[in-house]
Design a protein. Structure first.
Length: 335
């Protein structure tokens, strides 16, 4: 570790990557037993076949901690090697404080600064990588970045329009300077706040406080979304962000070995591939196994791509994500 406040001497990038998945697998047929849907409908509209569901005794910090430990082990780090934690989630451990302090305490990293990107939707992890990169460049810090969601706790389990889409998971990365870092070559991000009400949870804040009646309706814990509008924006913004980051890096799309997009829906991923003019085999897809896991989806996909040997040393890998806000972000990595 560099002394605090010392700018990075080496390239800044990923130094470790880890994930954690709850054990319980839920199939589409199980959904069909609960609500008016079918495996055929879910697969044809979303590509999703299964998703993981956290156990009742599991909380956000549990999943985050397990992914964080996996990322530290992957980079051969001890907790004491970490200078800062940034955690992205829409499903916090409690309402106040944010979730990263719980992870800090249980990880035993000492009194390092910790903060959440709360409610940043499915773009949270990639946004957090960009912020971590800046902290690593300016301060020489090693930053633990976590994307974690228990999105199945934020669903109305009777609303077939949303409940079949999501799953629970956590992913983490250590970001910092290092001679062997998976370099973050370039990053971009954006937000369109005029679309804030199209995807989100309506009640529970100061604008729509919880009342007994609203709580009875579950408004404080149910995601609502205009599916078609979200679909269009997701395709458009993930493609736009990809072009932007490639332009910043001065890299043509043909030089990208693998695109790892946020795993929202197979049709969205196919549409992004078409817009980018990238063949299917250069787009990593695992949404069929896990559904949409929000801010955990990109680290989970990146980790699995690496595990499956889809990434070679020297490869350029493009991450692109989109979520509630609307926020979007893209990052170019060199392995
Ligand atoms: C949600 C989504 C899959 C719906 O697909 P769609 O092709 O747009 O479907 P529509 O909204 O036209 O709905 C068609 C019909 O299917 C029905 N339907 C919705 N969910 C269903 C389900 N799980 N099973 C069976 N039928 C369902 C609708 O009620 C509607 O019925 P109606 O025509 O009788 O009203 C699609 O809009 C989508 O993927 N949106 C983006 C969601 C997303 O990724 N969000 C997170 C982004 S980070």
């Amino acid at each position: 570790m560099s002394p605090p406040g010392t700018p990075a001497q080496h390239a800044v990038g990923l130094l470790g990557l880890g994930i954690h998945l709850p054990e319980r697998v839920m199939t589409n047929d199980e959904w069909a037993e609960r609500i008016d849907t079918s495996d055929e409908w879910i697969v044809s509209r979303t590509g999703i076949r299964t998703r993981r569901i956290a156990g009742e005794e599991e909380s956000t910090a549990d999943l985050a901690l397990a992914a964080a430990r996996a990322a530290l082990a992957d980079g051969a780090f001890e907790p004491a090697d970490i200078d800062e934690i940034v955690l992205a989630t829409d499903t916090p451990e409690v309402f106040i404080p944010d979730t990263s302090p719980y992870v800090q305490d249980r990880l035993g990293v000492g009194h390092i600064p910790c903060y959440d990107l709360a409610g940043s939707g499915c773009a949270g992890f990639v946004l957090a990588l960009d912020i971590a990169r800046s902290r690593a460049i300016s301060h020489g810090h090693r930053v633990l970045v976590i994307g974690v969601e228990l999105l199945t706790r934020l669903m109305n389990w009777e609303d077939r329009n949303t409940c079949v889409l999501f799953g629970d998971a956590a992913g983490a990365a250590v970001v910092g300077p290092g001679p062997d870092a998976v370099e973050i070559v370039a990053a971009t991000a954006g937000t369109d706040g005029s679309k804030s009400d199209i995807l989100g949870v309506e009640a529970g804040g100061t604008r729509v406080p919880i009342t007994v009646e609203r709580a009875r309706q579950g408004l404080h814990k149910h995601v609502v979304m205009q599916g078609r509008e979200v679909f269009r924006e997701a395709v458009s913004r993930m493609s736009q962000a990809s072009h932007e980051v490639l332009e910043k890096a001065g890299v043509p799309i043909d030089d990208v070995a693998l695109v790892v997009p946020h795993q929202a829906n197979l049709r969205i991923l196919n549409a992004v591939a078409r817009r980018l003019q990238v063949p299917q085999e250069r787009v990593f897809i695992n949404v069929q196994k896990y559904g949409n896991t929000g801010s955990a989806s990109v680290p989970l996909a990146l980790w699995e791509a690496r595990e499956q040997g889809r990434i070679e040393p020297g490869d350029l890998v493009l991450l692109t994500a989109f979520g509630a806000g609307f926020h979007w972000a893209a990052l170019l990595l060199r392995f």
